[in-house]
Design a protein around this ligand. Sequence first.
Ligand code: SME
Length: 171
Amino acid sequence: MNKEEKYGHLLPQVAALCEGERDLIAKMANVSALLHHEFGFWWTGFYRIAPACGVIQNPRDNKGLMDNSEAGRYELVLGPFQGPLACVHIGYGKGVCGTAWKERRTVVVPDVEQFPGHIACSSESRSEIVVPVFQGDEVIAVLDIDSRDLNTFDEVDACWLERVAALLTTD
Ligand code: SME
């Protein structure tokens, strides 16, 4: 199977896992396991946007982060994943994950050493893709996948993984 066929095979499974399930963490856990084992990636998982450590939230203000002035109030926090241990907190605009969040777009990194500010959770990781997860217009998480090979990810992965990400927030 080429990777298009693999994704084509996997997408209905993702849809089935997500259908009728409202718990986002549970869906992230199963989706990361499914992708990880189907493709044999090095690291597959999610970072969720959450209030930054030490920031006291006004419980009436849960509108989420959409502009730079509030950037320090939120950060990416490690969520469900498969693979080796990973860093827990990533700031807005930091690393590949923070960049995908800030720029609200999928970021494909053919060679992590060429990406300024790449955060190396594992020295084994050579290439990476990060896909934002949207709820409505708001980025609520990112899907991050690392490979031990260079040039693993391209537009095909971006397109299919964006479809995977969309299923997570489709009720
Ligand atoms: N490389 C990521 C950090 C997360 S780990 O790869 C699991 C980044 O630069 O944001």
